[in-house]
Design a protein around this ligand. Structure first.
Ligand SMILES: [Zn+2]
Length: 551
């Protein structure tokens, strides 16, 4: 490759003027790279720089997240070298080593890597930010793993000190896996025993993906460490256990729910990360449309009655419930909850944890609650007839009851109660509103672009009486891990039970009949709410169709 100067290339490409180049060369400090100085001056963007290098010099641009990076390559390039040059080895082919670099024209760096590895270096371009995160992730984790493997052989027994001493490698490794999960905004971390390896997976924005695989012999010591952290019985591995970890990561309080499950290949551990800083959402921030928000707020202002939130597991039902409770929480109301498990602790609210082992069920807990003079009662979930009956009795005797049901739509909530054996007159006299909710991923703000809607999209919108021309779509970038999505939001349907619907329920109207009636009266279903949010550029049609059906 002929050595060409970056500055000349950029001037040739018309991205900067000769004056800007001279100015930058004259004012930058001697050890600052020209590319960095131009970025700092704001004359070019990192993307422009990458494009010039890619098209003018034919140096490939890589997004290192797409590379399943080979652990052996990391041992080839020392960490110090990787960090100093922002260089990450990504692939090896015979005597050639492909290295992603922030500055692929840095011939001294390339030479240094060639000398250290003995390979011919083929540079590729990646963004600095992208490289920094990948290098930190792989090298730091690799270091603690190597230490563990050095200090712990598969034949060793697990002794107490190894898993409790804050400086021991396994302790640091587990901390690092958690910190990494938080950095990637994971909601859950799975430790999966496989036949020949131990897999670590993160769930980010609702999608589970493998973070890395560890050698099988590290399984037991890692599980032991997690059990110690969560106050679980370390010697019990044949029964499932539940526990909790309260810790701080990067000065932030983190609450983690831990559950273990014996599988044929050993104990599987799932950590659910409860990020306390996000726990208490304001109702306004959950994603209700103005129309739906007004309806929901009206329900919450009623002195008595039942408000139900429905949806499958992972649809954000409890976040909405907590936001509602948080809004109503004040000194002059007595709020009592019975939950399984208590997910977030609310100040000034009496929260009861269901404990089946000692006979404290939802129904029992609820009975005791009602003797404690509550104004507002929250029941984590109505799972059985007995709980449903007590909830209805509570609402009929002057309490506002909030709870969740595991159904697919708001209208189906009515049918579920009937299936539980509740008389329709009791339902119509107690339930004041039902909300169905789902979570969809939001379009990444960094790479989202307005694009023309497809014909199929236009058809789908037209079927719901909506018109769409352009939609937002993320092309993938480092800040969204190349998925095009970042963060999640809720879509809802809100069904206030008015006199007409009450009459329908009383006279034994079917789900289909109630559904048709509310549709004729202008109800916006989950799908409609989702499509509106597509039109607003917040999410995509695919996301909405993934969680809300067309029929
Ligand atoms: Zn993005």
């Amino acid at each position: 490759m002929a050595r060409r100067r970056l500055g000349d290339l950029l001037v040739e490409a018309g991205l900067i003027t000769a004056e800007q180049l001279t100015h930058t060369l004259n004012t930058k400090s001697p050890d600052e790279k020209l590319g960095d100085a131009l970025l700092r001056e704001g004359f070019i963007t990192e993307q422009q720089l990458i494009e010039v290098l890619e098209f003018q010099l034919g140096i490939p641009h890589v997004n290192i997240y797409q590379y399943p990076i080979d652990q052996e390559l990391i041992q080839l390039v020392p960490k110090e070298l990787a960090k100093r040059h922002y260089a990450m080895p990504i692939r090896r082919d015979k005597n050639r080593l492909f290295v992603a670099m922030a500055d692929p024209m840095d011939y001294f760096a390339i030479e240094e890597i060639r000398m250290a590895t003995g390979y011919q270096v083929e540079p590729a371009i990646a963004t600095k930010d992208d490289l920094y995160r990948t290098i930190t992730k792989y090298y730091d984790l690799q270091e603690s793993m190597e230490e563990i493997m050095g200090e712990f052989s598969p034949k060793d027994t697990i002794d107490e000190a190894k898993v409790t001493d804050e400086d021991s490698p396994v302790v640091r490794l587990v901390n690092q896996i958690i910190a990494n999960g938080l950095a990637q905004r994971a909601s859950d971390i799975h430790f999966d025993p496989q036949e020949t390896e131990f897999r670590v997976r993160y769930r980010v924005d609702g999608v589970l993906r493998t973070e890395r695989t560890l050698p099988k012999h590290m399984q037991n010591i890692i599980v032991a460490r997690i059990k110690i952290m969560a106050n679980l019985n370390i010697t019990e591995s044949r029964l499932p256990q539940d526990g909790r970890i309260k810790t701080t990561v990067n000065f932030k309080p983190v609450d983690i729910r831990v559950s273990t499950l014996p599988t044929i290949f050993g104990e599987k551990v799932v950590m659910r990360i409860l990020d306390l800083s996000n726990a208490l959402n304001n109702i306004e921030k959950i994603g209700f449309t103005n129309d739906n928000l007004v309806k929901f707020q009206t329900m919450l202002k009623q002195p008595n009655g039942i408000v139900l939130i429905t949806g499958p597991t992972g649809s954000g039902k409890s976040s909405t419930l907590y936001a509602a409770l948080n809004q109503m929480n004040s000194e002059d109301v007595n709020i009592i909850t019975v939950e399984d498990p208590v997910e977030y602790q609310l100040e000034g609210v009496n929260q009861i944890q269901v404990n089946e082992d000692v006979g404290l069920t939802f129904a029992n807990g609820l009975r005791s609650i009602l003797r404690q003079d509550p104004d507002i009662v929250m029941i984590g979930e109505i799972r059985d007839t007995e709980t449903a009956q007590i909830a209805i009795r509570a609402s009929l005797t002057g309490h506002l009851v909030l709870s969740t049901l595991h159904t697919n739509s708001a209208v189906a909530g009515v049918t579920r109660l009937i299936d539980m054996g509740i008389e329709s007159y009791l339902i119509s006299s107690s339930v004041i509103g039902i909300i169905a909710q789902r979570l969809v991923r939001k379009v990444c703000r960094d790479c989202g672009e307005e694009v023309e809607a497809t014909e199929r999209e236009k058809d789908i919108f037209a079927e719901r009486g909506l018109e769409v021309h352009t939609v937002m779509r993320g092309s993938g970038c480092p800040s969204c891990n190349n998925t095009g999505y970042r963060g999640r939001m809720a879509i809802q349907e809100v069904l206030p039970i008015n006199d007409a619907i009450r009459k329908l329920i009383m006279t034994g109207g079917s789900t289909a009949e109630i559904r048709q009636f509310v549709q004729e009266n202008g109800m916006k279903f989950l799908l409609d709410d989702g499509l509106l949010k597509v039109i607003n550029g917040q999410t995509t049609t695919e996301e909405v169709l993934r969680v809300a059906s067309l029929d």
